[in-house]
Write a new protein. Structure first.
Length: 165
């Protein structure tokens, strides 16, 4: 029965916040953050990141991290080096124990960030340097990319088919 015992983890304010080394943006904050990062293309390669639906995680030196409303800043507790936690909160259990429990329940997850609202583990092993991509770099932020089924593309296909008949 010892291995099946669950311990509830609660969170409290840290007396001394962790130094931020990353941040998480969700929903509209992720969009705002992406736009902010694209405004400084010369600094982009100094950031690493991972993303998901309505989620953006950025890792960088503290002085490079942008400040945008509704972001969660992440730091590393020296007791749990592979686990990034919110800088202003600490768990009710020792961080090393929390890190070991996560590793035991999620084998192979590697370094990760722990979010509290909603409770989420974000693997960080695939974080890559940020860069603008060719077509996106030339496109105006107000001009969305055209989908293959866009009205203009459909009209061209129809014209092409009529010419063939």
């Amino acid at each position: 029965m010892y291995g099946d015992t669950l311990i509830e983890v609660t969170w409290r304010a840290r007396l001394t916040p962790l130094a931020p080394i990353g941040l998480v943006a969700q929903g509209s904050a992720a969009t705002k953050l992406a736009h902010r990062l694209l405004e400084a293309p010369d600094v982009l390669p100094r950031f690493k990141g991972v993303s998901g639906p309505k989620l953006l995680v950025i890792l960088a030196e503290e002085e490079l991290l942008p400040w945008v409303d509704k972001l969660v800043y992440l730091g590393r507790d020296r007791q749990s080096p592979s686990l990034l936690l919110p800088t202003n909160l600490e768990p009710s259990v020792p961080p090393a124990l929390l890190e070991r429990a996560i590793a035991a329940n999620h084998p192979g997850i590697g370094p990760c960030a722990l979010l509290l609202n909603p409770p989420t583990l974000i693997p960080l092993g695939e974080a890559r340097a940020l860069a603008r991509r060719g077509a996106h770099a030339r496109r105006s932020p107000r001009t969305p990319p055209r989908a293959p089924g866009s009205t203009r593309a459909l009209a061209r296909r129809r014209q092409s088919r009529r010419a063939e008949d």
